[in-house]
Design a protein around this ligand. Structure first.
Ligand SMILES: C[S@@+](CC[C@H](N)C(=O)[O-])C[C@H]1O[C@@H](n2cnc3c(N)ncnc32)[C@H](O)[C@@H]1O
Length: 181
């Protein structure tokens, strides 16, 4: 009986932790919605990734972008994630994928990830227009001259994209954008 009560308590605590993380990230910026695999790959492909380059996913969710890009293009992945739930999920997914030596996950706010933004060759974003607007000045001031920034579905307010392409995400036809400094 006691064991059953402990199991119920642990499950309740986990559900509360998960829900609290979802509410927290929605307040912080972009909600936790995972993009479709093909939409992620279509978007990253806009940057023409080369083996050994550093791909940064700001708000990496479940780290799928980093895992797929590491396997397909041989890039090194860095993910920044503010939700403790998504951070743990990303760490677990990376471990399970066997790509641990190639991918690093950081718990933190993407707006404060200047050190990693500076080093990135490619930055992949699936956020919201209002989040992109907020980070736009800092991001384009901080990136390297040859860094490519790709965004799925959402665009920056002032910066003009170098290329616009189309893809399908969550069952809906959408656009993806390539930006340079
Ligand atoms: C729309 S999801 C994208 C997930 C993944 N990149 C993908 O393409 O499927 C946005 C992610 O950004 C995270 N996020 C929201 N605000 C953030 C912030 N200020 N700093 C870091 N991550 C944040 C959320 O927790 C969520 O996992």
């Amino acid at each position: 009986m006691i064991i059953l009560q402990i199991i119920i308590l642990v499950v309740l605590v986990l559900i509360i932790f998960w829900q609290a993380c979802l509410i927290f990230v929605s307040i912080q910026g972009a909600p936790t919605v995972y993009a479709w695999d093909d939409a992620i790959l279509d978007t990253i492909q806009l940057a023409k990734p080369k083996a050994g380059e550093i791909l940064l996913d700001l708000g990496c969710g479940n780290a799928k972008s980093l895992i797929m890009a590491s396997k397909k293009f041989g890039v090194k992945g860095v993910g920044v994630e503010i939700s403790p739930y998504c951070y743990l999920k990303s760490k677990w997914n990376v471990l399970a994928s066997g790509e641990s030596k190639n991918i690093k996950i950081i718990l933190g706010d993407l707006a404060k990830a200047k050190k990693d933004i500076k080093k990135a060759d490619i930055i992949y974003l699936y956020l919201l227009n209002q989040v992109l607007e907020k980070i736009e000045p800092m991001l384009f001031k901080t990136i390297k001259n040859d860094c490519r920034v790709v965004s799925l579905a959402f665009k920056f307010k002032d910066k003009k994209p170098e290329q616009i392409s189309s893809t399908k995400n969550l069952g809906i036809k959408t656009s993806n954008f390539l930006y340079k400094k």
